[in-house]
Design a binder for this molecule. Structure first.
Ligand code: NAD
Length: 356
């Protein structure tokens, strides 16, 4: 029997509710495919502050290095908003990501046929959208030095090394090989030297992937094209700040924040989490949509454990649940046959995993 050690970080707000449902689905996958998942729970964010006084305890930092992959819910909430910056939940998450060394952030933007009306864009524009944004996560302007703030002048620095660009480009080309074999590299090479290097290096790396078609696009145009004609994109690869903005824009094509997963990979252990936050406004009410977290568990199986068939089974179960008209409250307005709670949604998907 295959054994996997899974790190579990439930976090705050709706985190525990949605992660519990993902675990239910993972247990169903384990039963069907003959795996054994051993879960190891770690504290982060507000829950960690309450328990230990700091948002990223040493035990969490050490623990995540000893598992095969980490599934995470979300952190944060008004209770901890007034703490000093270094003690806030978000600081814990940034620290964890940095310590894990996951330099590639994968953000799929998928429009499910059944929810095509949930998008603010016209159905014919978004129907069939299936984009993977590959964002560089540990470099660029968010981390570049020098950086300084004074009341009269402040600055940050956008830096990329050749190695940093090469490794993220490789991730993008390898993912594209398993999809429609098209990569769009997004930069601002007409204005920024750092983008000029980005473009040269991506071009160089592309020679190792002759089966993948590479195009380049300026970030301002990419923002327009994502709204105008999103179906033209397959894999988008870009730097940290451009990817931050474009992946959020792309995620809104689907119209519901509760559906979309993400993966941060590139080091020994990857981090898998929904794109949304801890939704304190609906925490504890049993109405949170667990699908984004369940889809994150599927990404964990695919990119972290290389269990492709198991991952595809979860994705099929999610599609079937939506096709059969089950909806949590956030998507109840779109062709619902039955509105279900967080736990009901998790159980139905887990049941489907055994069958689809
Ligand atoms: P949010 O994503 O938590 O919520 C935005 C809106 O979407 C809310 O109305 C919420 O109810 C709804 N929503 C989010 N997820 C949902 C789900 N699964 N099902 C149904 N509805 C859902 O963003 P926010 O309100 O800006 O932030 C709330 C807290 O989360 C803050 O403390 C913020 O710092 C934190 N946050 C954490 C992460 C993370 O842990 N990765 C990311 C973003 C925000």
């Amino acid at each position: 029997m295959k054994q996997y050690k899974i790190g579990i970080i439930k976090g705050d707000g709706i985190g525990p509710e949605i992660v519990d449902e993902a675990i239910n689905v993972l247990d169903a996958v384990a039963a069907r495919f003959g795996f054994n998942f051993e879960y190891h729970e770690f504290l982060l964010g507000g829950a960690a502050i309450d328990e230990t006084g700091v948002p990223l305890p040493e035990e969490t930092l050490k623990g995540v290095q000893k598992v095969d992959a980490v599934l995470f819910g979300a952190i944060g909430g008004p209770k901890w908003d007034n703490l000093e910056r270094h003690l806030r939940p978000e600081t814990g998450l940034l620290g964890l990501r940095k310590a894990m060394g996951t330099f590639a952030n994968l953000r799929p933007a998928i429009v499910y046929d059944e929810l095509v009306n949930a998008s603010t864009l016209k159905p014919e524009v978004v129907k069939g959208v299936d984009i993977m944004v590959v964002r560089e996560l540990t470099g660029g302007i968010y981390f570049g030095k020098p950086r300084e703030y004074t009341p009269n002048k402040a600055y940050n620095t956008m830096v990329y090394t050749k190695e940093e660009i090469e490794r993220i480009a490789k991730v993008a080309f390898e993912i594209a090989q398993k999809r429609s074999k098209r990569v769009t590299s997004v930069d601002k090479a007409n204005v920024l030297e750092v983008s000029q290097l980005w473009r040269e290096v991506v071009e160089e790396v592309s020679k190792d992937y002759p089966d993948v078609e590479l195009t380049h696009m300026y970030v301002d145009n990419a923002a327009m094209q994502l709204i105008r004609d999103p179906k033209q994109f397959d894999v988008i690869v870009t730097g940290n700040i451009f990817g931050d903005i474009l992946s959020d824009a792309a995620s809104m094509l689907s119209g519901s924040i509760g559906l979309l997963p993400s993966a941060s990979i590139g080091s020994k252990v990857g981090l898998y989490e929904p794109i949304h936050g801890s939704a304190p406004d609906i925490a504890g009410q049993g109405i949170a949509n667990p699908i984004a977290t369940i889809a994150s568990a599927a990404m964990m199986l695919k990119y972290g454990l290389n269990e492709i068939e198991a991952a595809d089974t979860i994705d099929r179960a999610i599609k079937k649940v939506l096709a059969d008209g089950y909806r949590t409250k956030d998507i109840a307005a779109f062709d619902a046959k039955e509105v279900v709670s967080t736990t009901e949604m998790g159980s139905i998907i887990a049941n489907y995993v055994a069958k689809v």
